[in-house]
Design a protein around this ligand. Sequence first.
Ligand SMILES: [Zn+2]
Length: 60
Amino acid sequence: MTVRWMCLTCGEGIEESAVDEHEAADHDVKAHVVPDRLLSNDPWQLGAESLTDSKTTEDS
Ligand SMILES: [Zn+2]
């Protein structure tokens, strides 16, 4: 299973390693558990993936 993290306060997906930083700043962090089976079969999930990926490209 894959766990995706989302910060509702920042309005974007975040790395698991960044969760502590956002929570420390009082942000509203949510975890989405994505079963691997859905990842390979569900076209809706693929669409969500590409949306998320465009947000998480390297900017450091
Ligand atoms: Zn945040």
